[in-house]
Design a protein around this ligand. Structure first.
Ligand code: F6R
Length: 236
């Protein structure tokens, strides 16, 4: 689409349409700069009475290890700020992995079971890292991977450093795996800006390879990628 604003609006319209139609009872959600205008559109739709998220259950993709939910850089705090405090999604049904869990492997299994118990994810919303990551599945992640702890790449830690003014960028995160993501019934990926152009080209036109985790999306039959012109600029 022409520009960033149109891309975010288009993604929000798709999500709202699925929720209103009763086809997205369980949403998979992402954080990051790309999602901020998307959530603003959803909040505006709820306030205007065009959308209700009151019957929705959500599962976020990921959370930093060792960053407490009350810390502003946590994805828990992000979700409160951009969605939960502003819209009618029940916080008790808005799940984010617990990066403070004493046993992170047990937390990863618990999270997978919670998704299964909710009936699976109807619509998964994704951003993409400049290195092609989805969730925090960094390059090298197995396409069969499930929710787990992993080491963040230096590139990702640098990209997210501004959220940690004290310089203490976490080294690890809990993330849904690629196989977990691919089990969603439908996927929408939103990519904005020239920084994402190489990753979008690799995901769509490059080899199907763990070197570009987003290339795994080609194994799924119901994926939409919504890009602005800059993010699409390296496509053939
Ligand atoms: C965040 C997530 C990540 C981001 C990606 C892009 O929950 O899963 O994959 O979507 O790092 O982040 P932004 O939008 O900040 O460029």
């Amino acid at each position: 689409v022409a520009d960033a604003a149109t891309a975010a609006a288009r993604a929000a319209e798709l999500i709202a349409a699925r929720v209103v139609a009763g086809r997205a009872r369980v949403l998979g959600l992402a954080t990051g700069g790309t999602m901020v205008p998307l959530y603003a559109h959803l909040v505006a739709a709820v306030r205007a009475g065009r959308l209700s998220l009151s019957a929705v259950t959500s599962f976020n993709l990921d959370e930093y290890v060792g960053v407490a939910p009350q810390m502003p850089a946590s994805f828990h705090a992000y979700m409160r700020l951009h969605l939960l405090d502003e819209a009618d999604l029940d916080p008790a049904r808005a799940h984010v992995p617990d990066g403070m869990a004493p046993d992170l492997t047990a937390e990863a299994s618990r999270y997978e079971m919670a998704i299964t118990r909710a009936g699976g994810i109807d619509l998964q919303v994704l951003g993409i890292g400049a290195n092609g990551h989805i969730g925090f599945n960094e390059p090298g992640s197995d396409f069969g991977s499930r929710t787990r702890v992993l080491e963040l790449s230096e590139a990702t830690r640098r990209a997210n450093a501004a959220d940690f003014p004290d310089g203490a960028v976490p080294e690890r995160a809990l993330t849904m795996g690629i196989a977990t993501i691919l089990e969603a019934r439908e996927i929408v990926l939103l990519a904005i800006g020239a920084k994402k152009a190489a990753a979008i080209a690799a995901a769509i036109e490059g080899p199907l390879s763990p070197n570009c985790p987003a290339s795994a999306l080609r194994l799924h039959a119901q994926v939409r990628i919504i890009c602005d012109k800059a993010a699409a600029s390296q496509l053939d």
